[in-house]
Design a protein around this ligand. Structure first.
Ligand code: SF4
Length: 626
């Protein structure tokens, strides 16, 4: 057994593995709290953070792994929770012989795949201190929930309960997370890190998938199946009265702002914080708690339902220099059949309305409503996706400019876990698979999540579409996804029943034509501008010559229009063309606003020359639009 295996002289390491260094980077709040709790219980420990990109996993030792081993060599035991590839732990174990590894239960219970010496099948906040004392030989009793890995005579691993076990009672503890982790590779962390605050745990959206007619005949085990079908959070909810939650959130804000003021991005973990959010921001104003951004995770339609209260919160935030940022908001899809399969309990229309409202808030509140952290939930490909779903999604993404709020749209795929309802829907439909068609199709390893169950597409044409999308996204460096999406759909549309003959080169050619048009959107209902409109436009852009060049060689190209909207193509002999839209004031981002018009571009990223042309054009319009 492991009792007494660790020296009391060596500190404990709590490992936090990160796979992202972009805006969806996750702080391990629970591990920071655990570290603080152990510290308060007199156990010296460090939270050790390492960023390891999933691409590097499985390729043997990397520089960061060597640094990790070096740092960890002074700790025992080493505790970890989230790891997307058990091979990483296996390598650490080989490099640190004799050190005890402890796996914690995370979002999904995966004892079988945890290559640890000990697995903690309980709440570590309550019992980890006792476990460490047991490992150090300072108590004879292991806490209940401890599983120890041993090997049978034929070498097979198995988990056993050590004897005797003790039930560790719940003890009150103060809020004191460890906000100063030991970082293995600080250069890989985002410049500004987030830290999470907790409002109410779980999710109050508890629609039971068993009551969804689409789920008839599925075998969802007890304890699972509530909430959205791909998520486990809806299986529980711990709602507290609003005043109590507000007081708790304020305590956390005060602590973090006092002890680590450099943590200026605070994620409020509460799927429906609107009952107390306005009061918290009012209190921040009174206590002068400002200079940070509060990131929100919630459902789109709850945002809409609480729009009036949220408006008030934004008004106060703007006055005190605090920013509120929608962060993880689950849009998931714009096609109703997919939303219904996801047991999302909302409509595609509500998603669109939310996004239009969001652009309106941005317009009204400016910097106080921060859209630079959005990492909205979206699942383009599920096992059941049809080409019609894909077409509906592209149209809505364009309409709402959703691609500005969420990256890598063409790579987003459902992840199936046996504790989510969607898994059992795929099981019923015979769509679970033994392995993914290729590693590229494994969304879990791509984004550093727990390994998920492979699945296959019900519709072979969508499977081919998704494979081409992944291949071509690599060519564009995961950029310009909407245009690539458009090229794919157009190619499938043109091929009809011959879709299986479509090659990546076919789509690429079409994509390049679209890209060569400067991102020009083939907008339904647009028609070539009349002579009268061209004359009016020529007046609007003076002194820029309608038939000559300006801003270093730019000239006007095709002009098309529909009521309330003009599309103006800017051409250049060397630069890629650029399409500029002139529309009546409305919601959504714009490059510049004149008295009556929003001037905007469909291009996702402008070159410097394109930007100069756009600046000259919008200045002229602003000067002439009285
Ligand atoms: S996806 Fe969001 S809304 Fe749905 S159950 Fe999970 S946390 Fe709740």
């Amino acid at each position: 057994m492991l009792e007494g295996r660790c020296s009391p002289d060596r500190p404990v390491a709590i490992l936090s593995f990160q796979s992202h260094n972009d805006r969806s980077f996750l702080d391990d709040r629970e591990l920071a709290l655990l570290s603080g709790r152990l510290r308060d219980e007199g156990i010296t420990n460090d939270l050790v953070v390492g960023v390891i990109m999933p691409d590097g996993v499985g390729q043997g030792e990397s520089d960061v792994e060597r640094r990790l081993v070096h740092v960890l060599s002074s700790y025992d035991p080493i505790i970890y929770e989230r790891v997307w590839d058990p091979a990483l732990i296996e390598r650490l174990r080989r490099a640190l012989p004799g050190t005890v590894f402890v796996g914690l239960r995370g979002e999904h219970r995966l004892a079988d795949s945890a290559p640890a010496d000990v697995f903690c099948d309980d709440n570590p906040m309550r019992f980890l201190a006792t476990l460490v004392l047991w490992l150090r030989g300072q108590t004879p009793l292991a806490p209940r929930g401890t599983l120890v890995r041993r090997f049978t005579a034929d070498g097979a691993p198995e988990w056993v309960k050590p004897e005797p076990l003790v039930v560790v009672p719940e003890r009150a503890s103060r809020y004191a997370p460890n906000l100063r982790p030991v970082v293995i590779n600080p250069e890989s962390l985002p410049a500004v890190r987030t830290f999470s605050l907790v409002g109410n745990g779980g999710c109050p959206f508890q629609l039971d998938a068993r009551e969804n007619p689409l789920y008839a005949g599925t075998n969802i085990p007890d304890g699972y199946g509530r909430g959205c079908a791909f998520c486990t959070t809806g299986n529980h909810y711990e709602g507290r009265p609003n005043a109590e939650t507000a007081a708790s959130v304020l305590e956390q804000i005060r602590y973090v702002r006092t002890h680590a003021p450099e943590l200026s991005l605070l994620v409020l973990k509460d799927q429906n914080p609107f009952g107390y959010l306005t009061e918290v921001i009012e209190r921040c104003a009174v206590e002068n708690l400002t200079g940070f951004t509060l990131l929100l995770e919630t459902r789109a339609e709850w945002f809409l339902r609480n729009a009036a209260r949220f408006d008030r919160a934004l008004g106060i935030a703007r006055e005190i220099g605090l920013r509120v940022a929608p962060f993880l908001v689950g849009i998931e899809n714009f096609s109703q059949p997919e939303l219904d399969r996801f047991n999302k309990g909302t409509t595609a229309a509500a998603n669109v309305e939310f996004l239009e409202t969001l652009w309106g808030w941005k317009e009204q509140y400016g910097d106080a409503f921060d859209l630079t952290h959005t990492a909205f939930g979206f699942i383009l490909f599920s096992p059941w996706t049809t080409i019609e779903d894909l077409a509906v999604n592209l149209a809505a993404i364009r309409k709402t400019r959703f691609d500005r709020l969420r990256g890598s749209i063409l790579l987003s795929r459902a992840r199936l876990y046996p504790d989510t309802a969607l898994y059992y829907l795929a099981e019923r439909d015979g769509l679970l698979a033994d392995e993914f068609a290729s590693d590229r199709e494994d969304a879990s390893s791509r984004y550093g999540y727990y390994p998920s169950r492979p699945w296959r597409f019900a519709h072979p044409n969508v499977a081919h579409f998704a494979t081409l999308a992944t291949t071509l996204a690599e060519r564009t460096g995961s950029k310009d996804m909407v245009r690539l999406y458009e090229a794919l759909l157009a190619e499938f549309d043109a091929a009809g029943g011959d879709w299986s003959a479509i090659t990546a080169e076919d789509v690429w050619r079409r994509y390049q034509v679209l890209a060569g048009e400067g991102g020009r959107r083939v907008t339904a209902g647009m028609a070539p501008a009349s002579e009268a409109l061209r004359t009016r436009l020529a007046r609007l852009v003076r002194p820029l010559p309608f038939d000559g060049t300006f801003a270093g060689g730019w000239r006007f190209g095709q002009v098309s229009a529909q009521p309330g909207r003009i599309e103006l193509e800017l051409r250049h002999t060397v630069e890629a063309p650029l399409v500029v839209e002139i529309v009546r004031h409305g919601q959504g981002p714009h490059f510049r606003r004149s008295r009556h018009y929003d001037i905007r571009t469909a291009a996702h990223e402008c070159t410097r020359a394109q930007r100069e042309a756009l600046t000259a054009l919008s200045q002229a319009i602003a000067d002439n639009d009285h």
